[in-house]
Design a protein around this ligand. Sequence first.
Ligand code: ASP
Length: 429
Amino acid sequence: MPRLNTQILIAALLGILLGASIGLLGDDSLTKEYLFYGSGIVGNVFVDLLKMVMIPLIFTSIVVGVANLQAHHQARRVWQYTLLFFVSTMALAMVVALVASNIFKPGAGLHLAMFADAMHNFEAKQLTPADFFAQFLRSLFQNPFAALAQGNILPVVVFALFLGVALVMGGARYQHILNMMQEFLDLIMRMVGWIMRLAPLGIFALLFKLVATQNTELLTTVGGFIVLVFATTLFHAMVVLPFILYLFTKKSPLWFWRGAREALITAFATSSSSATVPITLRCVETNLQVRKNIAGFVVPLGATINMDGTALYEAAAALFVANLVGIELSLAQQLIVFCTAMIASMGAPGVPSAGMVTMVMVLQSVGLPAEAIAILLPIDRLLDTIRTAVNVQGDMVGSVVVDRLVGNGLQEPDSQANGVQGNNPDATS
Ligand code: ASP
């Protein structure tokens, strides 16, 4: 039996291949219907299992990670490096998108009339950057029980950050709560190991159905834009991020790919960086050897706010829509696109097609018609695959880089049982 990550790779390739050949069965074949039905069920069960462990995992890993970082006086440095990494890689991704879109001008030759019906039936909500920001701010602080129950990740992350810091500030009397959280985290990771055994089957089913149900006629109409998004996203994934990784850690892209591929393929198949968190954490800790406290903080936070692929896509899509409606965006307008796409992608949750929702704001910020999203919706499931994979790649590269930058002043969780008590001057305050 090949190793699990080889099985996952084979399953992904087979899913794509068989999905692409399904047309050979003819349009109204019963086998085809059964195959769609079966792959739908298997794929959904796999994603549901990942979602089942996602919220408890994100919650405990942030509490434990932050508490231990804080106890070892590393929290501030990890925060700073992490945020700097997130913002600068997203900015680079958008520069790649804007430069390529200015050179190749996707959508310039297309006639808007072709999409008139789709646009007519689409009702866009007004979403100004100010509204969006206010909405985003309000969504950060919620009743944690409601947020946990509803799978609302951002408020869960915020509450876990507060709790992690409070555990350390409270000192030795809360040590047993921290120990319990650590035990709970280990338990959840054990369950992740079980779910991973289903990954090859789940990924096969998801990719089979995705490829088999694509509307090829539509894809060729906006083919130029799709090629541009795939090419620029791949450029970011294969040149920009590996270069940053090498610059800070001297690690090769091949080493990274070997350790990261389970998570990258899962992100590609599920289109959800949040649902992929359990697998991302496992890869980052076990294969890429990032210390648990750092991974436990950077990965869940990255899955919520670090979205290189989404930022790149939103910038490229704004220029595509501008070309389509025949508007030439000035440099100043492109700068506005750059800023709003940064906020919009940070605010997009790590779920399928979230980037589409927040993109309304990017279009409206430079006066482009938000209804144009109707043109992009049918191709979104396809483009979401690669942008989610790159979102997750950014989180993983970020974990390795931050781990390296923070250096050796951090103890591992095994020795943390006494960490809060022994190392924190605030502990008794
Ligand atoms: N699906 C993406 C993610 O989960 C978000 C997006 O729609 O861009 O990371």
